[in-house]
Design a protein around this ligand. Structure first.
Ligand SMILES: [Zn+2]
Length: 545
């Protein structure tokens, strides 16, 4: 039998190494080892823990994803409420807030800490004796939801902190967010699988941490910035907010690198102006700057007015919303036959860009928001996200507005439209629907699918309209002569197209299955199907299971 003490030491050493590399990777963003080396460490730890389960501890890196889904979220009472901040919308608001603080403090001098206001979901993390015990949403500020199991899956949240440095009980507060790149990828995957899209990274982050199954949360690209200490017992903590942030950093928490200490309100304004200009360069969404008075003693003295602290204010960035008329609701027919409604708008400037159309997700969503044709609507544009209709301006209704109904016939082919039980989208039932066929061809040649470089969206459309390619299979029967007859097509480009078609024949089966664009089959399912069936013929013969 193995020496148990030795096994325990080995397990602890592996955990220490993994935690260190996690910290390098997720918090500092500067890994020291390759993913493969990291995976190997995790594999060794898992193997040892499987053999010696008596040594599994709740803060082991293997325990981030809970085994079973949580039934429902419990309620967490916040010992210190998580209140929202008062807003400033211009320099006058900021100045008024500052003057009030100066008056209340009897002219004593103070400095500020400026932080970016991350557009995410506020959470509170409680640590007891060095271990993450509870993670909760803000909720109404006094009571939040217990989402500990889900927050544990976010790798930049330490499951444990150095016990010798941390107070015995304390709570940190932070903002869980989804980086823009991760959001974009998630929505692309959802689109391919025919699932409803998230409107923006904040919605996606909020939806992800409130999943009943932590395994779903674990797959979402979530991250966190810690922005403060809620409360602490049993241990000394620094007496300015700035030093607290530095201190939390030494405990392993991820602090936003753009926080700044400012001596004067003029510096605060400069910080704000800088980020109004550069906000789009950040890899995550921010909607303003939070300004806090630095000395904790002054914060305590200033206290609260109503439900808002007097010692902090959120200076919001200029609006990315505008109001315009909803002229009509159009319908696009997608690759899988889904009828996708979109808003046709009277052109309007939003955040420096002219917006003429905007996303409307499905009929239910339109009715839930009570959007009617002819309404004045609020349009929002955030970052690179497709503009969306937030809702109607009900007070401007004349009574002439019309309630939208999904057509019962496909607007492209006239076939019957159905709404499958439990699905949000209406679908055209005609497998030969030209709109679907064209979208299928576009999908088939796209980069994630067969990656036929020579055929872009425009050529796909031309091939379809000329009747040369009625379905994806026809691509492989295209001849040099046929292609040359198309408009603006030279010898050289035809050769390239034929070559890229030829190359695509080597794609692995999983790519082919994905490229065929079966409803609900995304890249992952395609991999699974490819493992199970060995050829397209075999798959075609399989029954629906
Ligand atoms: Zn149709």
């Amino acid at each position: 039998m193995a020496d148990l003490d030795e096994v325990k030491r080995q397990i602890e050493k592996l955990r220490e190494q993994i935690n260190y590399h996690n910290y390098r990777y997720y918090v500092l963003d500067s890994p020291e080892i390759s993913d493969a080396e990291y995976d190997e460490l995790m594999r060794q730890l898992r193997e040892l823990e499987a053999k010696y389960p008596q040594f599994i501890t709740p803060d082991s890196p293997t325990q981030r994803v809970g085994a079973a889904p949580v039934e429902a979220f419990g309620v967490v009472e916040h010992p210190q409420p998580l209140l929202s901040l008062a807003n400033a919308f211009d320099d006058d608001d900021l100045e008024a807030w500052y003057r009030r603080a100066v008056d209340l403090l009897g002219g004593r001098k103070f400095d500020f800490v400026c932080e970016l206001k991350i557009d995410g979901l506020a959470v509170a993390l409680t640590y007891v004796d060095g271990l993450l015990e509870v993670g909760a949403t803000r909720g109404d500020g006094y009571r939040g939801e217990n989402i500990t199991q889900n927050l544990r899956t976010i790798k930049s949240i330490p499951l444990s902190v150095p016990r010798d440095k941390a107070p015995s009980r304390f709570e940190v507060r932070g903002e869980v967010y989804m980086p823009k790149a991760g959001f974009k990828k998630l929505n692309q995957e959802r689109e391919k699988e025919g699932l409803p899209l998230f409107a923006n990274p904040r919605n996606a982050a909020a939806g992800s941490v409130r999943q009943l199954d932590p395994r779903v949360t674990a797959q979402r690209p979530l991250d966190i910035f810690i922005y403060g200490l809620g409360w602490a017992e049993g241990g000394r903590v620094p007496d300015t907010h700035w030093e607290i942030l530095q201190y939390l950093k030494t405990l392993g928490f991820k602090i936003n690198p753009n926080v700044r200490r400012c001596d004067t309100i003029a510096e605060v304004r400069d910080y704000y102006r800088h980020w109004v200009e550069y906000r789009e360069t950040l890899p995550y969404d921010v909607d303003g700057v939070v300004v806090k008075i630095n000395p904790i003693a002054y914060q305590v003295e200033l206290g609260y007015v109503g439900r808002e602290p007097r010692w902090a204010i959120a200076y919001k960035f200029p609006a990315t919303q505008a109001t315009t008329r909803l002229i009509d609701i159009g319908i696009n027919v997608g690759r899988t036959g889904s009828l996708n409604p979109y808003a046709i708008l009277e052109p309007v400037q939003v955040g420096g860009v002219t917006v003429k159309s905007a996303a409307l997700h499905n009929e239910e969503d339109i009715h839930r928001k009570d959007i009617r044709i002819g309404d004045w609507v609020i349009v929002q544009r955030a970052g690179e996200v497709i503009p969306e209709v937030v809702g109607p301006v009900v007070s401007r209704r004349t009574g002439a507005e019309k309630i939208f109904r999904m057509p019962d016939k496909c607007p492209v082919c006239g076939a019957e439209v159905i709404k499958p039980e439990g699905e949000a989208m209406h679908r055209c039932t005609n497998a030969a629907c030209p709109a679907q066929a064209l979208e299928r061809i576009k999908h088939f040649v796209s980069r994630g699918a067969m990656d036929i470089e020579g055929i872009g969206e425009k050529l796909a459309q031309a091939l379809f309209e000329s009747g040369l390619v009625k379905d994806v299979g026809d691509i492989y029967y295209l001849t040099r002569e046929q292609l040359l007859r198309l408009e603006r097509m030279g010898e050289k480009s035809v050769s390239n197209i034929l070559k890229s078609i030829e190359n695509s024949k080597d794609r692995p089966l999983a790519r082919v299955i994905f490229a065929l664009g079966i409803t609900h089959v995304g890249e992952e399912t395609a991999e699974l199907l490819a493992e199970h069936f060995h050829s397209v013929d075999e798959l075609a013969k399989a029954t629906r299971e």
